[in-house]
Design a protein around this ligand. Structure first.
Ligand code: SUG
Length: 416
């Protein structure tokens, strides 16, 4: 059995819009009310997947959830007198950010030798809290092979859990046993701390992880205050490398020491604040990057285009590429439609280390399937949505039909 890391990207749903729903997410707040372009957004996502398929040889995807969500709309008793943000919540396409779909512990880390997945409850934000039941349904199908996967229910409220966005794994190779790092926030600041320490600890127990191979670290409150609503906005790990901003953790040196105690081979690539300020790191999403191991063993960082446009970030990236560090390439991708809602390349993917043959093949990408996705999206996704359109019956029917066309094309009608 060969275990590899597979990125499961969220296909951007046909209801993608900018309603400013996420307090503490600066991009979401600053694009509130803008028109969105769901077709372009979804096509940007497929192009990103194609690039990684060519680089890595394997790529998976997860599907948009049913929107508008009639169950939530009903529970909210919408009658037109409500605040626009309540009206928008059932229409949110936020499940595109699959780094928040679940926390994943690969088989070599767990007691029973299966890969464990816990869907994130996302309880802090109304529009995200509606995701987990449909996410769970999908995970149960994609990872339904019980010889290889264990899929749990979510962490109970009120412990907020935002999934893999606050989880990092250090290992010598993806298929080897690793150390899992859980990053949580403490409440009390201006913005919500969306990952609760007890949620992280509960997930680690449920997954049967060795306590000696788990590290729990507090996020820097100043980073949350500056807009790092998830840890993956300020750091990312791959194999033995932790790529991080110098202000990511409450106790930066203590965090490195704690990780090193469990994983002595740790190699930290730290970006100091005088090279890239915390604000610029959050604006450009330098750390919301996919840190990939290429087939030749070198690492590449897939960053948003916004990084190349920033003088300080790009100067730092060029210096890093010229040095002899573990990250040899920095590759910008255009995911601007997602970025405007605070979702970079790393938000758009869930990493699962597993045997690709164990995954339901309907969730695996090929060049031909990427062609098919592009075709269905081009034919069915709305070109533009203005937030004032949310609630419109004709638009609702178009969105439902677009998702149905996708499920039908992928032979996944059981998800309707
Ligand atoms: O939860 N944005 C998402 C972005 C999630 C990014 N994911 C990671 N960092 N892994 C969020 O804040 C905005 C929706 C709106 O405003 O319409 C939103 O939900």
């Amino acid at each position: 059995m060969s275990l590899i890391e597979i990125n499961f990207d969220g296909i951007v749903g046909p209801s993608h819009n900018y309603a400013g729903l996420s307090l503490g997410n600066i991009a979401s707040a600053s694009h509130k009310g803008d028109p969105s372009y769901p077709r372009a957004a979804a096509l940007q996502g497929v192009t990103k997947m194609r690039g990684n398929l060519a680089r890595l040889g394997a790529q998976g995807f997860l599907l948009p959830l049913p929107r508008p969500n009639a169950l939530l709309a009903g529970a909210l008793n919408l009658d037109g007198t409500e605040a626009p943000q309540l009206r928008a919540a059932p229409w949110s396409a936020s499940s595109m950010w699959t780094a928040n779909a679940a926390t994943v512990s690969p088989a070599p880390d767990t007691q029973d030798g299966t890969c464990h997945l816990t869907p994130a409850n996302l309880v802090t934000m109304l529009h995200r809290a509606q995701e987990w039941p449909d996410t769970l349904r999908m995970l149960d199908i994609a990872f339904g092979n019980r010889d290889h996967f264990t899929v749990h229910g979510p962490v109970p409220p009120t412990f907020g859990d935002e999934g893999a966005a606050n989880h990092m794994r250090l290992c010598e190779g993806h298929g080897a046993a690793g150390v899992e790092v859980f990053v949580y926030g403490k409440t009390g600041g201006a913005f919500p701390a969306r990952q609760h320490e007890q949620a992280s600890r509960l997930v680690a127990r449920a997954h049967g992880l060795d306590p000696a191979k788990c590290v729990f670290i507090e996020q820097n409150p100043a980073a949350i205050e500056a807009g790092a609503f998830h840890n993956d906005v300020v750091s990312v790990a791959n194999e033995r490398v932790l790529f991080t901003h110098a202000e990511a953790f409450a106790d930066q040196a203590g965090a490195y020491d704690a990780i090193r105690a469990a994983f002595p081979a740790l190699e930290v690539v730290e970006v100091p604040s005088d090279a890239v300020t915390l604000a610029e790191a959050i604006r450009t999403y330098l750390f919301n990057a996919q840190l990939l191991t290429l087939p030749d063993g070198a690492m590449a960082l897939i960053v948003p285009e916004e990084c190349r446009e920033s003088a300080s970030v790009w100067a730092w990236a060029e210096a890093m590429m010229a040095s002899n560090g573990p990250i040899r390439e920095v590759i910008p991708v255009d995911v601007r439609q997602s970025m405007a809602n605070g979702g970079g390349p790393a938000c758009l993917r869930l990493r699962v280390v597993c045997d690709p043959a164990a995954v339901d093949p309907r969730f695996m990408l090929s060049e031909a399937k990427a062609d098919l996705l592009e075709q269905v999206i081009a034919q069915n996704w709305p070109e533009q949505i203005d937030p004032a359109d949310l609630g419109d019956e004709t638009l609702a029917s178009q969105i439902v039909a677009a998702r149905a066309a996708l499920l039908n094309a992928l032979d996944l009608n059981e998800l309707i």
